[in-house]
Structure formats: structure tokens, C-alpha cells
Design a protein around this ligand. Structure first.
Ligand SMILES: *[C@@H]1O[C@H](CO)[C@@H](O)[C@H](O)[C@H]1NC(C)=O
Ligand SMILES: *[C@@H]1O[C@H](CO)[C@@H](O)[C@H](O)[C@H]1NC(C)=O
Ligand SMILES: *[C@@H]1O[C@H](CO)[C@@H](O)[C@H](O)[C@H]1NC(C)=O
Ligand SMILES: *[C@@H]1O[C@H](CO)[C@@H](O)[C@H](O)[C@H]1NC(C)=O
Ligand SMILES: *[C@@H]1O[C@H](CO)[C@@H](O)[C@H](O)[C@H]1NC(C)=O
Ligand SMILES: *[C@@H]1O[C@H](CO)[C@@H](O)[C@H](O)[C@H]1NC(C)=O
Ligand SMILES: *[C@@H]1O[C@H](CO)[C@@H](O)[C@H](O)[C@H]1NC(C)=O
Ligand SMILES: *[C@@H]1O[C@H](CO)[C@@H](O)[C@H](O)[C@H]1NC(C)=O
Ligand SMILES: *[C@@H]1O[C@H](CO)[C@@H](O)[C@H](O)[C@H]1NC(C)=O
Ligand SMILES: *[C@@H]1O[C@H](CO)[C@@H](O)[C@H](O)[C@H]1NC(C)=O
Ligand SMILES: *[C@@H]1O[C@H](CO)[C@@H](O)[C@H](O)[C@H]1NC(C)=O
Ligand SMILES: *[C@@H]1O[C@H](CO)[C@@H](O)[C@H](O)[C@H]1NC(C)=O
Length: 587
């Protein structure tokens, strides 16, 4: 106990000496999340789903800019778990990212307490289990970062906050889906789309009886902030609310130039926030719809989620046909133009006040270009695999970040190619050696026949361009160099490219991946390692956390401790609170 107190106290001294005092004085918020299996029947058929704190979907984590978030995750599943925090930047703290390159998994029956600061962020995000297709069975929930009261928001304070999680869904659980992929089979068409963990409202005879659907309760005349996340496996969904405009206000942490949409495509892993005004006469309820996109909609009719928007003065049930999806079968540029119409509000304040307008990213010279191409699935050594630039990533047993901390060599290679090479695809541990303070261009090229969602941890990037066919340098002339949206997840349409710009100011080891769960599981990911060559004394990166879990080549360091991680963090936090009191007295 005394030794525990001692090392915690030392750690605090480091914080006070090396980090801005704000780290210690910003408020703490504590959460307990317990992952377990429960039985649910979202599509009318009982199945095991992953619940968080007994509920499916999991509870909302709702904090404010700069809060220190402490989440004790308890694994009551029968397999390893890691929670990841989609879009939360984890500044200088890839230790808390919850992917295999930075963390050892939490074994069944064990706890791990994550601690991170939501530094300079606002917006709509979500958490989910990052390993082994588990998200296909649940474990997800919304993660909201409210603005501080002193920072103005670029719209009137909404009358309420509504979270909507949409996603394609299979009756088969994640272990069954995994087995199919391991046996060389693709997953095929999903069995439906869930909205907040529930199946479709019976809008016509094609929907089976007895399905519990989601109802969103609203009052006439009010304006709600509606946060929509696609937490599904692989299907891009068109989201729409019958007779209501969706005024787009924010995507993954940045306020957009506000525009009305009658429907918007939300790709896997993306989050959008709309302002929706209840301006209809409530002659009946209204449909909320999430339907499959970029597939044959006749064949995929069952892959449609339907919930109900219920006004408190509603005069009846929703009936009749669903509102139409975009009719763009013969116009592939429609979706692409819609995606590029999402632009940043460059004068709005974000997490901080914005007196000079946003970062002028368009005037910065690019220091390096990476062209990353995806292909249809391939077979490598007899296994079905997915690739980036011909490399199908295999996670080493030891997290990369931890291996570096212990100066272990040979765990991974820094040789990820900066463009596709003309060679056969292979399995490898290749990652990107990126340069700290670089300003890089990443061009994603999709030669596959389905849309791929691309996500980068630790960062937001500017979505400067999209186009059909293969990218050429001439395409740079079309880039949006003024008000491109900044976000962490972007779609790459089939047979098309997407270009993003990233300012590499966050040290760590950061995952970049396909959010399409099957593609990710089959190797469509890598990491970007960013080191400050001048770092000494924990200034640009936070030190390894006290409660770090060990595995692989470092497994011998895992204490078979009598003191639980939980007690340890309690002592640490008590000290933290005492110390911040002390700091405020002294300052
Ligand atoms: C989860 O459940 C635990 C124990 O029941 C509770 O203490 C905690 O507040 C819950 N967490 C959230 C985020 O609701
Ligand atoms: C997943 O489904 C398989 C049957 O396909 C079943 O044997 C297994 O118990 C299920 N696992 C969980 C965790 O529900
Ligand atoms: C942009 O933000 C400003 C400042 O908050 C706000 O007044 C304006 O309405 C916003 N414009 C758009 C188009 O969203
Ligand atoms: C988050 O908390 C704020 C109060 O700080 C509240 O107004 C808002 O409704 C909450 N949002 C969600 C989605 O729970
Ligand atoms: C149900 O609705 C879908 C889409 O709105 C339509 O295509 C289909 O024909 C309808 N089916 C029946 C049985 O009415
Ligand atoms: C969006 O639509 C609403 C009606 O639903 C309208 O009141 C509002 O002015 C529109 N806003 C913009 C920016 O077009
Ligand atoms: C969609 O599938 C149906 C049924 O198989 C087929 O008749 C139709 O031609 C397909 N539509 C397109 C656009 O491929
Ligand atoms: C960008 O590069 C050009 C020449 O390649 C140079 O003239 C210019 O000053 C550079 N801009 C910045 C902001 O460094
Ligand atoms: C990685 O990049 C740094 C510069 O950022 C360079 O010093 C180092 O040699 C590179 N390492 C490898 C293995 O290429
Ligand atoms: C793009 O490049 C790839 C690889 O060189 C080639 O196979 C493909 O046909 C090209 N696509 C188009 C539309 O030119
Ligand atoms: C950085 O932090 C770690 C863990 O607290 C500590 O062991 C190490 O000595 C620190 N390094 C320096 C140079 O302060
Ligand atoms: C997990 O946390 C609970 C309290 O929330 C504690 O009782 C238990 O001992 C912890 N287990 C481990 C393995 O840390």
C-alpha cells in the first residue's frame, strides 16, 4: 500500500512539473462500464448481444471539453476485450486508445481503468469494443462532449439532445461471423438495420410481427440536437426523417456550415449531428429511416431500419410508404457531391474561442504524400484477407507502443509503402514511420466494389477532395483549400478516391483502419508512428500509465497483484483531487 502511494505521489509530481496545471485542475468524470452478454431479440429472434451495464446499446458517456475521463471497464465476456473511443483524440496519450497496437487486451473477468483528457474537443463520438468483430454483437454507446459554458455554439441552445445509433445487423453473432470469414466466406447481406438496438417498425407487410421498435418522443415547435452514429458492420446507410429537414450542424468534432438535407448518407463509423425542428402538424407520427446504400435496394429491402418520431400531440400512427431514398442509380456523382457539400464553419468557435477564424490549412506545404489503395478481398496463404497497399496487417502479440517503451526490437517494421507496389499481397507487421510536425496528404483509392470507411485514431483530417477513377496529381487542383470539413472517418466510394490532409502534431502510435468490420478483421489496417525526436522527460507524450496491462513478449511484467486496478486508481484519484486543491490554493 505504502509503495503504491509513493509511486502515485511521484507520478503526480511529474504531472505538476511537466504538464500544464490545467490537467490537474480540469474536472474529473468517472464511469463504470461492464460488458456482458444478454439475450435480446432485436429482429424478433432471440440472440446473445453484448450489453454495457446490462443495456443494449450501452449508456451515453456525456462530458464537457477538457474533462479528465476515468472509465473502469469490466470484462464479463468469455473473450478478450478493448474499448476504443472513435474520434476522441487522446492527445499525447495513445496509451488509452484501446486498440491492439497500443494496449494489451483486457482478459475475461478482469478490469482496466482508462484515463484520458478530452482536451480541446466538442462533439458527437462513440465507443465500442475494438477486437474480433465484437461490435457486430453490440458493446457500443454514444460519447458526447459538450462545449464549456463560456464558449458560444453557432446555433441557439437546442431544447433537447437525442442520440440515435444506426447499424446493419446479423442474426449470427460475432463469433459466427468471424468463423465464416476464417473459412473464406464473405458475410453476405445483413438481416436488418437496428435503430438504438431495436428492429423496424411494421411499416408494411414485409416486416414480421412482434418486433419492438424505437420511438423518439418530442414536443411540437421544439428544436432538438440529434446525434446519429453508424455503429454497424459494413453497410452505408441513408438517414432521413419523414417530412423533416435535417439541419447539419456538426460532424465528429467540428461545426459544419449549416445546411438542410432531406436525407444524408452515413457511412460505417461516422457521426453526424443535426438540428431538427418539430415544425409539422402532428396529424400522425413520422418515420425515421436508415436504409442500405450502394447496393441493389430491391434485393436489400429488409436491410432497412425504421423508428418512429412521436409528437406529444400526435393524432395517430405513422402509415403509408417510407420517404424515398435518393434516386441516383444513374448518377454516381450525387453521393460524392453530397459528401463534399459538408464543409466546416470556419468562423464558429469549437472547443476554444475562434477570433481569427480557423487554421489556414490550405496554405501549408505538404511534406509527404501517402497513397493507400484497397482492393477486393484476396487469398494469402490460403486465407481470405483484406489489404492496404498489398499488405494485410497482422497484430503482433506485443503492443507496438509498449514494445517501444521497453526497447524491444523486431516486433514490427517501419516499412509501410507510401504508395501501392507492384508485388503480390502479403501478411506483415508493417507500419508507417511518419514525421512529427509533418503536414501530410493521404490519398485513399478504392478499387473494391463496396464503399470503405477510412478512420484515423488520434487525429482529425481535412477532407479536401473526392473523385471517380484513379487519383492523379492533377486532381490536387480540385481540392477544397478553404473550408474542408475536419473529421476522423471518411468514406471512399467504390472505384473512386478520397484525399485528406493531416497535421501530425500528436505523438504516439495511431491506428488507421477500415471501419468496415469484416475488412478490418481481415487485415485492412496499419499504424502510424509519430515520435518527437527532441522529446525528453515526458513533455510531448504522457508516460506509460501505472495500471498498464502486459502481454506477449512482456507478459512477465503483469503483476498477479493482490491490489485490484480499481483500488489503485482510487488512491491515485484521491491524491489527484487533493493535489488539484493544493495547486489552486498555491496559484
Ligand atoms: C454502470 O453500472 C455501474 C454499476 O451498476 C454504475 O456504477 C455506473 O454508474 C454505470 N455507468 C454508467 C455510465 O451508467
Ligand atoms: C454465437 O453463436 C454460436 C452459434 O452460431 C453459439 O454457439 C455461440 O454460443 C454464440 N456465442 C455467444 C457469445 O452468444
Ligand atoms: C457559422 O458560425 C457563426 C458563428 O457562430 C454563426 O453565426 C453562423 O450562423 C454559422 N454559419 C453557418 C452557415 O453555419
Ligand atoms: C449531456 O449533458 C448535458 C448537460 O451537461 C445535457 O444538456 C444533454 O442533454 C446531455 N446529452 C445527452 C445525449 O445525454
Ligand atoms: C414495403 O415497402 C417497400 C419499401 O417502402 C416496398 O418496396 C415494398 O413493395 C412494400 N412491400 C409490401 C409487401 O407492401
Ligand atoms: C432549414 O429548414 C428549416 C425548415 O425545416 C428552415 O426553417 C430553415 O431556415 C432552414 N435552414 C437553412 C440554413 O436552410
Ligand atoms: C436489382 O435486383 C433485381 C432482382 O434481382 C433485378 O431485377 C434488378 O435489375 C436489379 N437492379 C439493378 C439496378 O441492378
Ligand atoms: C511552400 O513552398 C514554396 C516553394 O515550394 C515556398 O515558396 C513557400 O514559401 C512555402 N510555404 C510555406 C508556408 O512554407
Ligand atoms: C523514421 O523516421 C525518422 C525521421 O522522422 C528517421 O530518423 C528514422 O530513421 C526513420 N526510421 C526508419 C526505420 O526508417
Ligand atoms: C486504377 O488503377 C488500377 C491499378 O493500376 C487499375 O487496375 C484500374 O483499372 C485503374 N482504374 C481506372 C478506373 O482507371
Ligand atoms: C517519464 O515518466 C515515466 C513514468 O512515470 C518515468 O519512469 C520516467 O522517468 C519519466 N522520464 C523522465 C525523463 O522524466
Ligand atoms: C474490478 O472492479 C471491482 C469494483 O468495481 C472490484 O471489486 C474488483 O476487484 C475488480 N477486479 C479486478 C480484477 O481488478
Amino acid at each position: 500500500m505504502a509503495a503504491g502511494l509513493g509511486s502515485a505521489a511521484l507520478f503526480l509530481v511529474h504531472i505538476v512539473l511537466f504538464f500544464s496545471p490545467s490537467f490537474a485542475t480540469d474536472p474529473f468524470a468517472f464511469f463504470n462500464l461492464e460488458l456482458s452478454y444478454i439475450t435480446a431479440s432485436p429482429l424478433g429472434v432471440p440472440q446473445q448481444v453484448i450489453a454495457v451495464n446490462g443495456s443494449f446499446p450501452g449508456p451515453v458517456i456525456n462530458v464537457t471539453t477538457n474533462y479528465n475521463v476515468v472509465v473502469d471497464v469490466r470484462n464479463k465476456l468469455d473473450e478478450n476485450v478493448l474499448l476504443t473511443w472513435n474520434g476522441i483524440q487522446m492527445r499525447r496519450n495513445s496509451w488509452q486508445d484501446g486498440v491492439l497496437g497500443t494496449n494489451c487486451p483486457i482478459p475475461p473477468k478482469k478490469n482496466f481503468t482508462y484515463q484520458f483528457q478530452v482536451k480541446d474537443q466538442i462533439g458527437s463520438f462513440f465507443y465500442y469494443p475494438s477486437l474480433n468483430m465484437q461490435r457486430a454483437s453490440g458493446g457500443f454507446g454514444s460519447f458526447v462532449i459538450m462545449n464549456r459554458d463560456i464558449i458560444p455554439i453557432p446555433f441557439n441552445t437546442p431544447d433537447g439532445d437525442i442520440v440515435i445509433l444506426i447499424g446493419d445487423w446479423y442474426l449470427r453473432n460475432h463469433t459466427a461471423l468471424r468463423k465464416e470469414l476464417d473459412n473464406g466466406k464473405e458475410l453476405g447481406m445483413p438481416d436488418g438495420v437496428l435503430i438504438n438496438g431495436k428492429g423496424p417498425y411494421k411499416y408494411n407487410a414485409s416486416v414480421p410481427d412482434g418486433i419492438d421498435y424505437e420511438t423518439i418522443h418530442v414536443d411540437p415547435g421544439k428544436t432538438y440536437r440529434v446525434r446519429v452514429h453508424n455503429v454497424g458492420v459494413s453497410t452505408a446507410l441513408n438517414f432521413r426523417i419523414q417530412n423533416h429537414n435535417l439541419l447539419l450542424a456538426e460532424t465528429e468534432g467540428y461545426y459544419t456550415s449549416q445546411q438542410n438535407y432531406t436525407s444524408l448518407d452515413i457511412h460505417v463509423g461516422q457521426s453526424f449531428t443535426f438540428l431538427v425542428t418539430m415544425d409539422q402538424n402532428a396529424s400522425s407520427d413520422y418515420y425515421i429511416v436508415a436504409s442500405a446504400r450502394f447496393v441493389n435496394q430491391t434485393v436489400w429491402q429488409r436491410v432497412t431500419g425504421v423508428a418512429v418520431l412521436h409528437y406529444s400531440n400526435s393524432k395517430g400512427k405513422a402509415s403509408g410508404p417510407l420517404p424515398d431514398p435518393p434516386n441516383d442509380q444513374f448518377d454516381s456523382s450525387y453521393a460524392l457531391n453530397q459528401a463534399m457539400s459538408i464543409r466546416q464553419n470556419v468562423t464558429a468557435s469549437g472547443a476554444r474561442p475562434n477570433p481569427q477564424g480557423s487554421f489556414h490549412y490550405g496554405q501549408i506545404n505538404v511534406t509527404e504524400t501517402y497513397i493507400i489503395r484497397t482492393h477486393p478481398l484476396v487469398t494469402i496463404d490460403g486465407k481470405l484477407r483484406s489489404t492496404y497497399n498489398g499488405i494485410s496487417y497482422v497484430n503482433p502479440d506485443t503492443p507496438l507502443r509498449l514494445a517501444d517503451d521497453y526497447h524491444l526490437k523486431g516486433i514490427y517494421k517501419l516499412d509501410f509503402p507510401s504508395q501501392p507496389l507492384d508485388r503480390p499481397p502479403k501478411l506483415d507487421h508493417s507500419i508507417i514511420n511518419a514525421t512529427y510536425k509533418g503536414f501530410i496528404e493521404i490519398v485513399l483509392v478504392n478499387n473494391d466494389s463496396i464503399p470503405h470507411s477510412f478512420h484515423l485514431d488520434g487525429y482529425s483530417f481535412f477532407v479536401v477532395g473526392m473523385g471517380m477513377g484513379n487519383w492523379t496529381e492533377n486532381n490536387r487542383g480540385t481540392y477544397n483549400r478553404w473550408d474542408a470539413i475536419s473529421r476522423s472517418t471518411v468514406q471512399v466510394f467504390p472505384g473512386a478516391w478520397t484525399a485528406v490532409l493531416v497535421s501530425l502534431d500528436n505523438v504516439g502510435v495511431w491506428n488507421l483502419r477500415s471501419e468496415n468490420l469484416d475488412r478490418w478483421y481481415l487485415g485492412e489496417e496499419t499504424y502510424m508512428k509519430i515520435v518527437n525526436p527532441e522529446d525528453s522527460g515526458n513533455k510531448t507524450e504522457l508516460p506509460r500509465p501505472e495500471n498498464v496491462l502486459y502481454c506477449g513478449a512482456l507478459a512477465k511484467y503483469q503483476k498477479s497483484s493482490t491490489r485490484s486496478i480499481h483500488e489503485g486508481s482510487k488512491i491515485y484519484l484521491t491524491l489527484m483531487v487533493l493535489l488539484s486543491a493544493l495547486v489552486s490554493i498555491l496559484c
